[in-house]
Ligand binder design. Structure first.
Ligand SMILES: Cc1ncc(COP(=O)(O)O)c(C=O)c1O
Ligand SMILES: [Zn+2]
Length: 438
């Protein structure tokens, strides 16, 4: 296989990353396309294109640089990422990824799991969600192509990631939001200097409109026209989880799904690790968590259906409100191959999941993470995990961006500023009898 170095300029080797990207491929019909191809979907099948690599070359290049010399960020295994320009990579920055994998001993004790871990992307940088991984790749590709403007369609977190990365890279961001999302996410985009446009439709409608907008305007859109690059950024989470477990792939991964990018690319990342003989990953099951009000992927898995039936979302988990998931068919395939399952949670269960994670592990997540915790809890109760199996729950977003959507926690009442009054309140609190609105 020949290596196509997109965006390559003449010059020394230091201008290039060690990427072993070959080109684009359609996962359905196997047709191959040059990496410069401007189509992001297969003209035959209509499905999104995937990135293909030269794995022999990747194996050789991975051996060239010891782990100790590799950066602790998403570019750690750059051989398996589609960006070839060192300059573009540097302009995107080196802060995303390599988030903590935390042994969740207190949550695990609640659920009867002694080896439960949280992959904590609520602390991802720069914008506190897993979307920092995928938008890093879109932004780097945009810079390789020489553009100075970027758009995105977002259920919430892509927008904040695009706004942050665009500011750092010095390109102009346009964020198109659907008519329902958590207000702080739009405010964060504005605060980061992005142009924000709220469009009167749900995510799936705005997504369709943005495709047409891209054609009409030539605007590059992070998660539409740059989609193959965007999606491959999600694989980095699989690499990190396995490395952080000392190259032992877990028995189970539980993750929220909306469009299906993260869950399908966790699978791709695990397959690549196996193929490169870095870890045995075939035993890892991937379980998909969705809100009851928008669960087209989980329902298809549970019904053993090969087809996704689009739904109209009705859920407080706005970041998961995608009724027609573009990568849903890849998720179904991954879960079938690995023997995982799907589960869903109602809005009250999602907020209870947020509270359970907060009160046991001190991690504040948003409804997407609450969905994962709620489904994790149900799967544990149903006996889907052995008590000592390694289970990784992926927490994909930070709860500070969604506090206004959480059922109100009353504001604490004012107590007189003297030790007698405070002692009285302290004793009531110690007995669980103090309520802030008393
Ligand atoms: C916090 C969070 N978690 C999970 C997801 C779902 O990701 P995907 O669309 O890759 O399935 C999203 C976005 O859609 C998100 O914002
Ligand atoms: Zn095809």
């Amino acid at each position: 296989m020949s290596i196509a170095y997109a965006g390559q300029r003449a010059g020394g080797r230091s201008e290039k990353t060690r990427s072993c990207v070959v080109g684009l491929i359609c996962n359905i019909c196997g047709r191959r396309f040059a990496i410069e191809e401007t189509e992001f979907a297969c003209p035959e099948c209509g499905k999104g294109l995937d990135i293909e690599y030269d794995y022999e070359m990747a194996a050789a290049r991975l051996r060239e640089v010891p782990l100790a010399e590799r950066p602790h960020n998403i570019w750690r295994f750059e051989e398996l990422l589609p960006i070839v320009s060192r300059a573009a990579q540097a302009r995107v920055g080196r802060h995303a990824g390599y988030t903590p994998l935390i042994h969740a001993d207190r949550l695990g004790a609640e659920l009867g799991l002694s080896n439960l871990y949280i992959k904590d992307d609520s602390s991802n940088r720069p914008s506190f969600s897993y979307k920092d991984r995928v938008v890093s790749m879109s932004m780097a590709r945009l810079l390789e192509l020489g553009h100075s403007e970027i758009g995105c369609v977002s259920t919430g977190n892509v927008g904040t990631a695009v706004a942050a990365f665009a500011a750092k890279a010095g390109v102009k961001p346009y964020v198109f939001y659907p008519n329902r999302l958590e207000p702080t996410k739009a405010r964060v985009c504005r605060a980061l200097g992005a142009e924000v446009c709220q469009v009167d439709g749900n995510y799936d409608e705005v997504n369709r409109a943005c495709r047409a907008l891209a054609e009409a305007s030539g605007l590059q859109i992070a998660n539409i026209t740059l989609r193959p690059f965007y999606a491959d950024g999600a694989k980095t989470m699989a690499f990190e989880i396995v490395e952080q477990l000392d190259w032992q792939s877990p028995a189970h991964i539980v993750t929220a799904a909306a469009g299906g990018t993260l869950s399908s690319r966790l699978h791709k990342g695990l397959v690549e690790l196996e193929r490169l003989e870095l870890a045995e990953t075939e035993q890892t099951r991937i379980h998909i968590a969705q809100p009851s009000g928008c669960n087209p992927i989980a329902s298809a898995i549970l019904a053993e259906d090969a087809e996704i039936r689009p739904v109209t979302p009705e859920t407080a988990a706005h970041s998961l409100a995608i009724g027609a998931p573009g990568d849903g068919y890849l998720v179904i395939d991954a879960v079938r191959k690995r023997g995982g399952t799907g589960g869903f949670a109602s809005d009250p269960e999602i907020f209870a999941g947020i509270d359970l994670l907060a009160s046991t592990e001190g991690i504040l997540t948003e409804p997407a993470g609450g969905t994962t915790v709620a489904v994790l809890q149900k799967l544990a109760a149903a006996g889907r995990f052995e008590p000592d199996e390694v289970v990784v729950a992926v927490i994909t977003g930070n709860g500070l961006k969604t506090l206004e959507d959480h059922p109100a926690k009353p504001w604490p009442s004012m107590v007189r500023c003297d030790s007698d009054s405070m002692l009285e309140v302290l004793e009531r609190m110690q007995h669980g009898e103090h309520h802030p609105d008393d």
